[in-house]
Write a protein that binds this ligand. Structure first.
Ligand code: AHR
Length: 506
């Protein structure tokens, strides 16, 4: 039997015999808050923004090209951070092609994709960032760029005063420097970024980083591009070689239902076997973080280097040719997002930032668009329900008598949970029931507190692949949920295949 051990560990369980039915107990210790869950854990990745958000079509109401409907919906997620322009695209992107009058910009070629107008350049990206009230995570080009080109881009964005590039920025309409919160030096250097070895990239990083000059008060936090998945070789080399010169090492981890990149699995119409394999594969995020943290703790005991999971989410076989990497998004994706959030919260100390791939129309998107139509996905709703966890204080919790969910040779924990004290002072609890058929009863106890009740939202549906379409955009959305406590203790019935987030009434 393939027990997903790391999932059990995340939930604070000892590998005890699983209960098929009965009550799961959650004990929260509100008196001993853990680290802050950095709001940047809820970041977004937006590669090649030509599709979906930036349309500039007169028929679609927009503000300087940015769709008002999409921007409005994203605002409700309090998007803290957006990574742009890639991904693999970053290592073919030349920033000078994306400034100045749009009708005079050269095309941008990325593999077989040609962005004929290079419409979203530096100024347009920061326009979106301003509209969202988010921070910028700009990714530079190592693969086909140069130290000089990257150094110039940093100067163009951050220099104040009379530098030639600050003057060029002003000529292009922006007097004040842009605020670049994070700057990534290349992307996936082991692959699309140049097929390098970590030692070679560590030297290149040092060379690039030495010339990325910005005024001290506005110097971006520099991110080194690390490895992929559970393999820690890149983290090992980079955390040793780049100490004091990097704020974070990135790692990418996608959830592929079959575990095979050749036939990944379908976005819709899948069987229960791919429900459980997707959730089991996504729970590997916990082991991934633990393995990388062991390396970081050895090489960086001062905890100055964060693990930045700047690409994560589901990746299915492409669903038609709407746009590159387009896939539908179902209730299964909502659970994938919630399970990952619960894992990220557990590792809040070492994981200060993640950016899901990707924001609109690509991979595990928040929003899908088709010309003037827009739908919010189940993943969107998970992000929305988890907003209170941004910058909240994590609270330790223990789960007793967890259920397990088994299909064939795979078993995963039935319930995943996370608790935090939010900035609004309220305590929040997030629960996921991974079983697609059985509801689960959960008893919640907060040490030293008499709970009065709970109120929040639940996201579930009768079908595992419930999703919203342009024709039926409201097929799945969260419903109100509330429960009363008795004797200071709370009993919640979490429906099958559900994400639930409640504020606990003390
Ligand atoms: O998110 C899609 C692609 O996946 C990114 O461009 C790349 O970094 C990764 O391989």
């Amino acid at each position: 039997m393939n027990i997903v051990k790391h999932g059990l560990a995340v939930l604070g369980l000892i590998a005890a015999p699983a209960f098929a039915a009965g009550q799961v107990s959650i004990n929260i210790d509100a008196a001993k808050p853990g680290p802050i869950i950095n709001k940047n854990v809820y970041g977004q990745f937006a590669e090649h923004l030509g599709t979906g958000v930036y349309e500039g079509m007169p028929a679609i109401p927009n503000t300087r090209g940015w769709r008002n409907d999409v921007v409005g919906a994203l605002k409700a997620l309090h998007v803290p951070l957006v990574r742009w322009p890639g991904g693999c695209f970053a290592d073919t992107y030349h920033w000078r092609d994306g400034i100045g009058p749009q009708d005079q910009r050269p095309a941008n070629v990325h593999g077989s994709t040609v962005d004929a107008i290079n419409a979203v350049g530096t100024h347009e990206f920061f326009d979106l960032i301003d509209m969202l009230g988010a921070d910028a995570y700009v990714n530079g080009n190592v693969g086909t760029g140069s130290v000089q080109e990257m150094s110039d881009w940093i100067e163009y964005m951050t220099a104040d005063g009379g530098s030639p590039l600050a003057r060029l920025r002003a000529k292009n309409g922006r007097e004040k420097p842009f605020k670049v919160a994070f700057f990534g030096i290349g992307n996936e250097l082991w692959g699309c970024g140049g097929n390098m070895k970590p030692e070679y990239y560590a030297n290149l990083y040092s060379n690039y980083e030495a010339f990325l000059r910005a005024p001290a008060q506005s110097r971006p936090q520099m991110i080194a591009s690390g490895g992929s998945g559970l393999e820690t070789a890149w983290t090992q080399v980079l955390s040793k070689e780049l100490k004091g010169r990097t704020t974070g090492i990135s790692v990418h981890q996608y959830t592929v239902p079959t575990g095979s990149w050749d036939v990944k699995g379908k976005d819709l119409g899948f069987k229960e076997g791919e429900w459980i394999s997707t959730l089991a594969n996504t729970l590997k995020m916990d082991q991934l973080i633990k393995d990388h943290v062991v390396v970081l703790d050895k090489n960086d005991p001062e905890k100055k280097i964060g693990l930045m999971i700047d690409e994560w989410g589901t990746w299915y076989d492409e669903a038609g040719a709407r746009s590159a990497l387009f896939q539908q998004n179902s209730l299964r994706d909502a659970l994938v997002a919630a399970l990952n959030f619960n894992i990220f919260h557990e590792h809040a100390e070492r994981v200060p930032m993640t950016t899901i791939a990707q924001m609109v129309n690509v991979l595990q998107a928040m929003i899908l668009t088709d010309e003037e139509k827009m739908v919010l996905t189940p993943t969107y709703y998970t992000f929305q329900m988890y907003v209170p966890f941004q910058d909240a204080k994590s609270l330790p919790l223990a789960i007793k008598d967890n259920t397990s969910y088994t299909l064939g040779a795979t078993t995963i924990p039935g319930v995943s949970a996370s608790a935090a004290r939010a900035k609004d002072g309220q305590m929040y609890l997030a629960l996921v029931n991974t079983d697609p058929s059985k509801a689960v009863d959960v008893a919640v106890d907060v040490a030293g507190t008499k709970l009065k009740g709970a109120a929040g939202k639940v996201l579930t549906s009768a079908k595992m692949d419930a999703h919203n379409t342009f024709q039926y955009p409201q097929a799945i959305k969260p419903a109100a949920f509330s429960a009363r406590a008795a004797g200071g203790k709370l009993s919640l019935k979490v429906p099958a295949k559900a994400v639930l987030v409640v504020a606990l009434e003390e």
